[in-house]
Write a new protein. Sequence first.
Length: 249
Amino acid sequence: MNDIKIYDNSALVGMRKACRLAKLVLDYVSSYITDNVTTNELNDVCHNFIIENGAVPAPLNYNGFPKSICTSVNNVVCHGIPSDTKLKNGDIINIDITVILDGWYGDTSKTFLVGECTNLAKRLVKAAKCALDVGISAVKPYGYFGDIGKAIQRYIDTCGFSIVRDYCGHGIGDMFHGKPTILHHDNNEKGQQIKPGMFFTIEPMINAGGYKTKVLKDGWTAVTADKSLSAQFEHTIAVTDNGVEVLTA
Ligand code: MF3
Ligand code: CO
Ligand code: CO
């Protein structure tokens, strides 16, 4: 059964606006990322920018999440909660922004280097960025969702890193997390067919060590089981008749 929503052109117009704003928030917060800034300060900068632009930060109170953005530092895979901990030279930090604008959700994230990072951290962040690009390139109208994980796996295997399996991309549009679930690793499932009018995210989390994760006692913070570094990039994309539009580019 095909239960993935197909949206019309007016939805695409709304999604373009929401996704453009999410991208602008990432650009805006990037100039605040230095050692000594706290992730709470980054949260507040983003929160205020989102509100001033007439939108709402989707994470705030989402299933009880306490903050407006996710800040995932070093071995944190995703869903890191902003706190009064300061960034320090050599950290990597993923900032994940989701805004709701006129009812439409725009979701994007990026991993930043703080000051001078190790070669391993630099290689990992580059690989995570390439993994997203490779995943997007695998999306074809009338292709299959399984092609995405296959392509990312083929690439990441050449880097000697691993792909997180516990968290996935997702359908988006007039809701935050809908069908389909986008696996970023190779799986034997061909998956459903990709069709024009679908909106979804691709957001591979790449670990320097093994793929396993665990959630801390706060119920949110996902970390690598082996404490290795993890990096992630995310875009929201729209499938069109002749290809793909990266809405958060
Ligand atoms: N933005 C995340 C995603 O890419 C979801 C964050 S949910 C939260 O899907 F509650 F942790 F904010
Ligand atoms: Co997402
Ligand atoms: Co996100």
